[in-house]
Design a binder for this molecule. Sequence first.
Ligand SMILES: *Cc1c(COP(=O)(O)O)cnc(C)c1O
Length: 349
Amino acid sequence: MAGLNGPVLRADEAVLRANIAAVQARVTPAELMMVVKDDGYGLGADWASRVAVDAGVGWLGTYDIPTAVQLRAAVGPQPRLFAWVTSSDEEIAAALHAHIDLGVGSVEYLERVIVQADATGFRARIHLKIDTGLHRNGLSAEEWDDGVRIALDAQHRGMIDLVGAWSHLAEASDAEDDAAQARFLAAVARAETLGARLPYQHLTASAATWERPELRGTLVRVGAFCFGVRSADGPDLPGIAPAAELVAQVRRIEDDEVVIGAGSFDGLPSTLARRVRVGTPGGARELRSVGIDEMRVEAWQGASVGDEVVVFGRGRCGEESPTTLAEAVGTVGEEILCRLTPGARREYR
Ligand SMILES: *Cc1c(COP(=O)(O)O)cnc(C)c1O
């Protein structure tokens, strides 16, 4: 039963496990790094990470270091944790204490990581990022040789281990991604010529990992698909299902509408009104309006206070998934999940 006050995001461990298994089966022999940024795509990073590690996932990826440090405490010493955003010196030091692999996308950051490794006495494991076209972060082709040389020099002095090379794809067109991969492979080859050994080479996130095996390196970074979030307007994914459903209870009934306890304050887009159907005990019904903490739904025969309405959830005859909901308002499934506030209570089963 949903809480009386607001909606409940109900996450399902069995589904998450099945998704992870489907991704692993698809990518092997590449290793899976499960990305759990944005609090595990809204479902809860600690929970998702524990499930993943128990399912044999060897790598977890987070955007920021504080989350990675928190996950180290949650999942213990075994799994590798990768944090990739450029961070403060204090955060670098905390990452080194917690044995977190660092994504390094500039020479300036590399030099600060080396200083912190020297200061703390912990050997930093770093993955150097080559910019392959997104121009967000990453060493340019011109900076690459210098970056590799600085890293190898620090490795010889015992401060770091350069263990990987990585980049991120635009996933806008196959041709662009092919060109990005060519730049990536050239950078890897160049680093090896300079003396680097790079066991971890990673380039792809969910969509490219799934659809384009030739782009996978030795490691793939997959978030959305592990959580069952299909790409907007993307293909169905065999073996992958939404790992959470969003439900809300009927608060009252007014004429031909029922009022349920979920709204824009919980993070739901108000543009959903009249664009989607929700799952009710009486079948699929139109969502009529979205208020701050209440939504109105076309009534059904025999509706009563406390009935559970499924805003999205598999096989419950409303919207199947966060992605189908998102498609109705021109966004992506991740956005629907990640915008849900703590007002949408998380429940696990
Ligand atoms: C978000 C992110 C991923 C995972 O992307 P999905 O499409 O959710 O699988 C991988 N790598 C980086 C750098 C990211 O920011």
